[in-house]
Design a protein around this ligand. Structure first.
Ligand SMILES: Nc1nc2c(ncn2[C@@H]2O[C@H](COP(=O)(O)OP(=O)(O)OP(=O)(O)O)[C@@H](O)[C@H]2O)c(=O)[nH]1
Ligand SMILES: [Mg+2]
Length: 199
């Protein structure tokens, strides 16, 4: 059966968050299925690609995994500029990293891309005994700020594929299939009658 509406979407995705929160580990879990207890701190940024196939679309992610160390902060705009999706990561065992995540969310919101798909990710969910940030704290902050929220573990792989799959689905939705032939206007007309040809 022919699949109508199948699209190829290339999307830039950026990961931001404090150092040591597990950004690189999340990407390596998603891209390579690997996890390292002693993952080296990222210098500058690292680039990865991964393709995710959905029924309705194939998404090619260009992933920029940024360095969380404060001295690299000024580089961040290069990586989030033009991004279709941003993943802001904190570590559930560090209240500081949660505060830092809020700063990243504010910085992204100031950039003013209304179409940016933004996820707040609470990583290291496997370290329940060391938890400092409650699930409901992350969830509530995300809700108040219009973000999506997930608790993950790069170590156990909890919610890692789900995170990227969810983003892929949003991207597919946001990029409607190219119309061939007649263009149909089915959208609601808002703001009352639109006058033609004025002035
Ligand atoms: N227990 C546990 N450890 C994790 C998890 N994710 C990452 N780690 C560990 O946390 C440390 C930091 O992980 P990274 O992935 O390097 O963190 P990062 O955010 O990329 O850090 P920077 O590159 O410095 O910004 C490493 O030792 C990882 O093994 C997780 O889900 N659970
Ligand atoms: Mg890293």
């Amino acid at each position: 059966m022919a699949r109508t509406g199948n699209k190829n979407i290339q999307a830039k995705l950026v990961l931001l968050g404090d150092m040591g929160t597990g950004k690189t580990s999340l990407v390596l879990r998603f891209v390579k299925g690997q996890f390292f207890e002693f993952q080296e701190s990222t210098i500058g940024a690292a680039f990865f690609t991964q393709v995710l196939s959905l029924n309705e679309a194939t998404i090619k992610f260009d992933i920029w995994d940024t360095a969380g160390q404060e001295r690299y902060h000024s580089l961040a705009p290069m990586y989030y500029r033009g991004a279709a999706a941003a993943v802001v990561v904190y570590d559930i065992t560090s209240m500081d990293s949660f505060q830092r995540a809020k700063k990243w969310v504010q910085e992204l919101q100031r950039q003013g891309n209304p179409n940016l798909i933004m996820f707040l990710v609470a990583n290291k969910a496997d370290l329940e005994d060391k938890r400092q940030v409650g699930n409901e704290d992350g969830e509530q902050y995300a809700k108040e700020n219009g973000l999506s929220f997930l608790e993950t573990s790069a170590k156990t792989a909890q919610n890692v594929n789900e995170l990227f799959y969810e983003i892929a689905k949003r991207l597919a939705k946001a990029n409607p299939a190219r119309q061939t032939g007649m263009k149909l206007h089915t959208g609601r007309q808002e703001g009352g009658r639109r006058g033609c040809c004025s002035s």
